[in-house]
Write a protein that binds this ligand. Structure first.
Ligand code: FES
Ligand code: FES
Length: 156
């Protein structure tokens, strides 16, 4: 295979599976995930790291995929919303959000679920301040956050 000299070959673990891909130096992780790898669960909204809709986990910690260069995840582990479901069914965090009525339009939900996944892993019984701290970068225009916080607490 002839390599495009303007592209960088990178390899990373995506939802547990190793993938190799060539990316342009300026290419953003969200565009690689959505447009090239077909993982459209990660949402794109503000594009400038304000809304949290595009949050994925990089090495287990939340990262805005709209401001992360794809080249920067070379050799790392990336988890998207597709990686936290259980065999096509909702995973525990998704189910908690469903059960607590924490989803209305659902646009913010993938980002909220990813942040909550990281939070629960680090703090299995999070205090209110820890929940608010973790969710502070994720905007929801529908729910008023009460149900979302209830959903997070129901996991403890
Ligand atoms: S789309 Fe990335 S933070 Fe809003
Ligand atoms: S459920 Fe609609 S933006 Fe959060």
């Amino acid at each position: 295979m002839t390599r495009n000299p303007e592209k960088l070959p990178i390899g990373f673990a995506l939802n547990g599976d190793h993938i190799d891909v060539e990316v342009a130096p300026h290419e953003l992780l969200i565009d690689v995930l959505r447009d090239r790898l077909g993982l459209t669960g990660t949402k794109k909204s503000c594009d400038v790291e304000i809304c949290g809709a595009c949050t994925v986990l990089v090495e287990g910690l939340p990262a805005s995929s709209c401001t992360t260069l794809a080249a920067d995840v070379d050799g790392k582990a990336v988890t998207t919303i597709e990686g936290v479901s259980c065999g096509g069914k909702p995973g525990p965090v998704q189910q908690a959000f469903i059960d607590c009525g924490a989803i209305q339009c659902g646009f913010c939900t993938p980002g909220m679920v990813m942040v909550t996944t990281a939070l629960i892993r680090l703090h299995p019984k999070p205090k209110d301040e820890q929940i608010k701290h973790f969710l502070r970068g994720n905007i929801c225009r529908c729910t008023g956050y009460v149900k979302i916080i209830e959903g997070v607490k129901s996991l403890a």
